[in-house]
Design a protein around this ligand. Structure first.
Ligand code: ZN
Length: 619
């Protein structure tokens, strides 16, 4: 960027409060201490380990030493986590700003062996808490060191019927490295090495898949279509490898589920909904409401197609920008963006505006433009000081302002929880996007008000409509496919042609007549199906989207009462299930459709407004 743009981009963040550098002595001190504490943890483990064999038969009187050891292990583990997480966050931050930062690379590599040892040392306590009798657990929790962990302990214990012995669990996680995870890595490597030939204008250009996917965000419809077709041609050549990987990943999970079903039978969705701290019936309700909303979402898709002069929406249109985006829109300087966000946040409550100002004053936001910066944006935090940081590359576009508002929402969420015990500060993915989407929505409204031309207005409304289409149509398409695939996989491995047919049927069910053609290879080309550590990495997006809109809708219902409720809700995200959270703070029942319908109702006028903007486009 030239000098002329210096007033546009953001400023660098300040990490000096944590460490001087990635190779400073303070980090060494932390790691030496972590090692000593891990030795202590191993010692306490030796008291606990002999008790695991018959943990479910233990009575409090006989388990006194074990309970005391368990509490001590918990205390030490919390300390170790701070000592390991803090330098890790620091290393990640340094590498984000300079992907070639040598010292940070070395630190990050060093930390791996510490993390591995810590994970292994944490297993016995986790097993003990899952397996011990209720009376032993009550005795364990009845103490100032552990009482705050009640929710996480009880939530984990809901799955205790599915746990195997420590020896079996250790064997499984050991074998998984070259089993299920190897298939995930193979897929990643394949995706990273594939190339394709894309027709740009009249010339064919060879490029990697990542670059080709970048073309899916171009305004030229033919370029997007050509990129999509080339990406699929490239995957088609590796269809057997992808089918082998996806079948092996699902097969591993299904077999494991069968082995875990000794006491009660385990469903392939159980671990995903448990991880997200929601119930199966809540999930069903969300999907039901998404299905009811199909007409609205298809209308939005058809309007986007119309804006491009087409009759139907193509599978290559998922990340299309507004057709009028010229790149010449007036940029919003960083300081102006912060002011706009602070004001929008302030309209909810003064403390939210003050929070944004504090983030800027303390320089907790990285917003510069730099050649060695990693792409993307995120919010992270230092575990010792409990202070958040926001990372992004700010270049002045409206979408940058929205990204900044999104990440500041995450930061506000963690700031609201900063005085809580560590065990109550992590939350499932289904609730993770509540504050960020909320922040995004209020700032998008502010941007719409500020928009001076129909073009600017359309660009913002386009993004909003794009989100609606992807959350209400695309995410359920992925879920539909994955669920039907797991059902089929229970019988036998599924052949590539069958996978294509399952995928196409899912597209047709959700997009219907709005779609020009299905994407039969979506199962091969979507990375989410190959994340070996997580299954059904799709419905949490739909849940989070509709949940945060539902929270937003409650602003009107509750008026002055809204903010204290909102703050209380955010504070409880790490110690309540999503259902309990909504009942307590929103007076809402997530297992019933009403709450979700209110979320969708908010979208209707926005699609109407979009309709108006599209109709006014010059032909
Ligand atoms: Zn987010």
């Amino acid at each position: 960027m030239g000098d002329g743009n210096n007033h546009i981009q953001g400023v660098p963040w300040d990490l000096s409060g944590e460490y001087e550098s990635a190779d400073c002595s303070a980090i060494n001190k932390d790691l030496v201490l972590a090692s000593e504490l891990m030795d202590q943890m191993a010692e306490q483990n030796s008291v606990l380990l002999p008790l695991l064999e018959q943990a479910d038969e233990l009575v409090v009187e006989a388990a006194g030493d074990g309970i005391a050891a368990a509490r001590e292990i918990h205390r030490i583990a919390e300390e170790i986590r701070l000592l390991l997480d803090n330098p890790e966050t620091y290393a990640d931050c340094c590498m984000s700003v300079d992907s070639q930062d040598e010292a940070a690379q070395i630190l990050s590599g060093r930390l791996q062996s510490y993390q591995k040892r810590f994970t292994e040392l944490s297993q016995p306590l986790a097993q003990f808490l899952d397996l011990a009798s209720l009376e032993v657990i009550e005795a364990y929790l009845d103490h100032e060191l552990t009482s705050a962990t009640r929710f996480v302990v009880e939530h984990a214990r809901k799955r205790r019927d599915f746990s195997l012995s420590l020896a079996e669990e250790t064997l499984i996680s050991g074998l998984a490295q070259d089993g299920i995870h190897a298939w995930g890595r193979l897929y990643d490597q394949l995706a990273g090495s594939l190339t394709c030939d894309v027709l740009i204008g009249n010339e064919s250009e060879s490029m990697g898949l990542a670059q080709a996917s970048g073309l899916l965000q171009k305004t030229d419809d033919r370029t997007r279509e050509s990129a999509w077709r080339s990406i699929n041609t490239s995957w088609e050549e590796h269809i057997e490898s992808c089918a082998a990987a996806i079948n092996a990943i699902a097969g591993w999970r299904l077999e494991l589920g069968r082995r875990r079903s000794n006491k009660s039978s385990m469903h392939f969705l159980d671990s995903a909904v448990h991880m997200n701290r929601i119930s199966r019936s809540t999930l069903n309700t969300v999907l039901e409401v998404a299905e009811e909303s199909i007409p609205l979402a298809r209308r939005a898709a058809l309007l986007q197609a119309k804006a491009y002069g087409k009759d139907q929406y193509g599978p290559w249109d998922q990340r299309s920008p507004a057709p009028t985006v010229s790149g010449e829109d007036r940029p919003i300087p960083y300081t102006e963006a912060l002011e706009l966000i602070a004001n929008a946040y302030r309209s909810v409550d003064p403390t939210m505006g003050e929070f944004v100002e504090m983030m800027a004053e303390r320089q907790w936001i990285e917003g510069t433009v730099g050649p060695r910066k990693r792409p993307g944006a995120y919010c992270t935090g230092f575990s010792k000081s409990r202070t958040p940081r926001v990372y992004m590359t700010y270049t002045g576009g409206a979408s940058d302002v929205i990204t900044l508002a999104h990440e500041l929402g995450h930061a506000f969420h963690s700031w609201t929880m900063r005085d809580l015990p560590d065990s109550q500060r992590s939350y499932g993915m289904s609730l993770a996007e509540t504050a960020s989407t909320f922040g995004e929505t209020i700032v998008r409204d502010a941007l719409l008000e500020r928009a001076g031309t129909p073009t600017e207005e359309l660009a913002i409304a386009w993004e909003e409509t794009g989100a609606l289409i992807s959350f209400i149509l695309n995410i359920p398409t992925r879920f539909e496919f994955e669920k039907n695939f797991y059902e089929a996989r229970q019988q036998r491995p599924v052949r590539p042609d069958e996978l294509k047919a399952l995928m196409s049927r899912a597209w047709e069910k959700w997009y219907g007549e709005s779609l020009s053609e299905p994407d039969p290879l979506f199962w091969a080309n979507k990375l989410h199906f190959y994340i070996s550590g997580l299954s059904f990495y799709n419905f949490p997006y739909l849940f989070g989207y509709l949940f945060s809109l539902g929270v937003y809708a409650k602003r009107l219902t509750f008026g002055d009462e809204f903010f204290p409720r909102y703050e209380g809700l955010l504070r409880d995200t790490g110690r309540l299930t999503a259902e309990d959270l909504a009942a307590k703070h929103l007076d809402a029942d997530l297992s019933r459709p009403d709450f979700w319908r209110d979320s969708v109702a908010m979208l209707k006028p926005r699609v109407d407004q979009f309709d108006k903007l599209v109709s006014e486009l010059p032909v």
